[in-house]
Design a protein. Structure first.
Length: 131
């Protein structure tokens, strides 16, 4: 809904400032991706963080492109277009994170169901007793 509204009434954008901030964000994101790349295949937490930073980097690239289009051609709709185009790969890239997190949770959950009642000193009759 917000993207549709922004296409119909593109907001005024300070494209010069936007370009500077997006370029700085991209630089920081690229450094972060480099730092995180060593552990992204070893830990689901690091992989999730790496994907988050990658999504931020894609957002920075989109912001840079839209700022350049606004400066060069006065295409005010470039900003909402960049938002929509950035969202598509972000959804695709992060889609596998939720199933991996669920698997990790299900590995931990049986231990939690046994240990938590012992810690709390209660008899476990159902899941509601844990909370």
């Amino acid at each position: 809904m917000e993207a549709h509204h922004r296409f119909q009434n593109p907001p005024e954008v300070r494209s010069g400032l936007m370009l500077i901030i997006a370029a700085g964000g991209l630089a920081i994101n690229l450094i972060s991706l480099r730092v995180l790349s060593g552990g992204k295949n070893e830990s689901p937490n690091v992989r999730g963080t790496w994907l988050h930073v990658l999504a931020d980097a894609l957002g920075s690239i989109g912001a840079i492109c839209s700022a350049l289009l606004i400066v060069a051609l006065d295409w005010k709709w470039a900003d909402p277009l960049a938002s929509v185009l950035t969202a598509c790969p972000v959804i695709y890239l992060t889609g596998g994170t939720a199933p991996a997190a669920a698997l990790l949770l299900f590995k931990i959950l049986p231990v939690f169901l046994v240990v938590a009642p012992c810690i709390r000193g209660v008899a476990l009759r159902n899941l509601d007793d844990l909370f």
